[in-house]
Design a protein around this ligand. Structure first.
Ligand SMILES: [Zn+2]
Ligand SMILES: [Zn+2]
Length: 166
């Protein structure tokens, strides 16, 4: 078995963002070449810098490895900052939807910037959440639900609650 110490494992995640194995070395029997949810190929390294994707926190207790849950696939590579494929495809899908709202160019540009800030979960995210919701609701109120389908899994918690309150 792989020598384990307390620390983050390497995650295996499908190209659509489903977590196939939260810690590859701690639990090699769970490794899969393809996702059992959607069939997409799985990856465990960043496609830009080839460094490993950070997985679940693992700790050794009484000689056994405990794998903590990995709730959400990371959106960006911690080494080079590149978006992972599942983040990129959601950004593309969200921008495709934004194209269909009949916005004028300045609003369309603002919306695209907002979407990126929301996914990056920067300190500006709450302000961008207000802007995003305002632009979308004014243009096409139905689109808020469609954006939820695309972005819910990749937007930070605070912004998520502001845009789509339960
Ligand atoms: Zn999948
Ligand atoms: Zn990278």
């Amino acid at each position: 078995m792989h020598t384990m110490m307390n620390g983050y494992g390497v995650a295996q995640i499908c190209r659509e963002g489903h977590i196939a194995n939260p810690a590859m070395h701690a639990n090699p029997s769970r490794n899969k070449a393809h996702c059992t949810t959607c069939g997409a190929e799985t990856i465990s390294t960043c496609q830009s810098c080839t460094k490993p994707i950070r997985g679940a926190y693992c700790s050794v207790r009484y000689g056994a490895v405990q794998v903590n849950p990995l709730v959400k696939a990371p959106a960006f590579c911690e080494h080079c900052g590149a978006p992972f494929p599942w983040t990129e495809s959601r950004l593309d899908a969200a921008n495709d939807l934004a194209d269909q709202l009949g916005l004028d160019i300045p609003e369309r540009t603002l919306l695209e910037k907002s979407i990126e800030e929301l996914v990056r979960d920067t300190p500006r995210a709450p302000a961008e959440a207000v802007r995003f919701k305002g632009i979308v609701t004014k243009a096409q109120p139905w689109a808020l639900g469609a954006f939820k389908e695309i972005l819910y899994g990749v937007v930070g918690e605070t912004a998520k609650r502001m845009i789509w309150p339960a």
